[in-house]
Design a protein around this ligand. Structure first.
Ligand SMILES: *Cc1c(COP(=O)(O)O)cnc(C)c1O
Length: 359
């Protein structure tokens, strides 16, 4: 039988997330998840959920959650958008704002979902090379384009751009939308949300998945001029009729309500990151200056994919990208201190073994 109908299939090369092991026991340092639980108020809220309320559809526009986020940032709710994870926010934003024939610009080494959305939506795009030290040069994003998307801090490098560079990129692109993906902003970078008041073409996206330890709940948000937010809402309501669910929205509000818990856990992750960075440097690793909840490391004498496999055998999952420029690097999420001690022990065993084999 002819399979001619298959000729009409879309051809996509989907994003591949870090693996989620089915059995417990692994030390999971491969998806930049938070090692600590979400704010206690989230658990309390979930325990108190009244299942009867689930008969009703959720608020179409996540209004309560938008208001809580707007209050937390001193913004008007018309400047806030929420969706099911920032991946959904970003996909909607690509669809909403990148409709020029000119290419959308993003770095050659960055979040690997950007080219996936461009291909899915037929958006022409151009990868701009980071410099030798994996830094974004703001001046490289001033040419003609149909939009710009920058992760800040960048992934998987963890390097943060100063706000002055973000402002420079926003103001040199008065004719296109500039998206700043702040998935990791909680771990040390300065947020560009304050710039959205001055730059109407700037959209800042954030997530509850990393800093707020709610990856399983699927909540993300965007901040920007009310005109940008209105178009995002129109696109969302044109093909995705599923707003943020009512339980997730309420849990998001509970998370935002506990700033003290958030700040304390964030400080722990940052302290662990700095301790582990120093220990890995002592073992001969070099790394970018990470302002995120992961380290991006390389070792002149260790093969990254061999180390990746060795760690996996020892029950420690990290991320290796077999991609140009970064195939000698590993991305290691910052876990608890105990998890990171196990990692350091395994890495040290690997290096010792390598030395024995070499002689
Ligand atoms: C994790 C991540 C996201 C998406 O997070 P969600 O869980 O979909 O909110 C977006 N951008 C970058 C750079 C990320 O690392």
């Amino acid at each position: 039988m002819s399979k001619k109908w298959k000729e009409n299939f879309i051809r996509v090369n989907p994003y591949k997330a870090g693996e989620q092991p089915k059995s417990g026991g692994a030390i999971k340092l491969n998806a930049n998840e938070n090692p600590y639980p979400p704010a206690p108020g989230v658990a309390a809220l979930l325990r108190a959920v009244d299942a009867d309320g689930l008969r009703r559809y959720p608020q179409a526009d996540g209004a309560d959650l938008c208001r809580a986020l707007a209050d937390a940032h001193g913004l008007d709710p018309s400047s806030v958008f929420v969706a099911n994870g920032s991946d959904e926010v970003l996909a909607l934003a690509f669809r909403a704002f990148f409709n020029s024939k000119k290419p959308v610009l993003f770095p050659d080494v960055t979040y690997s979902f950007y080219p996936v959305w461009c291909e899915l939506f037929g958006i022409s795009h151009l990868r701009i090379a980071l410099d030798e030290d994996f830094r974004i040069r703001a001046e490289d994003y001033a040419g003609e384009n149909g939009g710009v998307v920058i992760a800040n801090p960048n992934a998987p490098t963890g390097i943060a751009l100063p706000l002055s560079d973000i402002e420079r990129i926003a103001s040199s692109n008065a004719e296109s939308v500039v998206i700043v993906d702040e998935a990791y902003v909680d771990f040390g970078a300065r947020s560009a949300v304050e710039l959205t008041a001055r730059h109407e073409n700037l959209l800042v996206t954030q997530t509850f998945s990393k800093g707020r330890a709610l990856a399983g709940l699927r909540l993300g948000m965007a901040f920007g001029h009310a005109d940008l937010i209105a178009v995002l809402g129109a696109v969302k309501n044109s093909f995705n009729s599923y707003p943020v669910d009512s339980v997730a929205a309420a849990a998001g509000v509970a998370s935002i309500a506990d700033e003290a818990y958030f700040a304390e856990r964030r400080a722990r992750v940052i302290a662990t990151r700095e301790r582990v960075a120093a220990a890995l440097r002592d073992m001969g690793f070099s790394m970018t200056d990470s302002a995120a909840n992961f380290l991006f490391v390389t070792h002149a004498k260790a093969d990254a994919s061999a180390l990746f496999e060795y760690l996996k055998e020892r029950g420690i999952l990290v991320r290796h990208f077999a991609l140009p420029r970064i195939e000698r690097h590993l991305r290691v999420t910052v876990g608890t201190d105990e998890e990171m001690d196990r990692l350091l022990e395994a890495v040290s065993d690997f290096l010792r073994k390598g030395r024995q084999n070499a002689v």
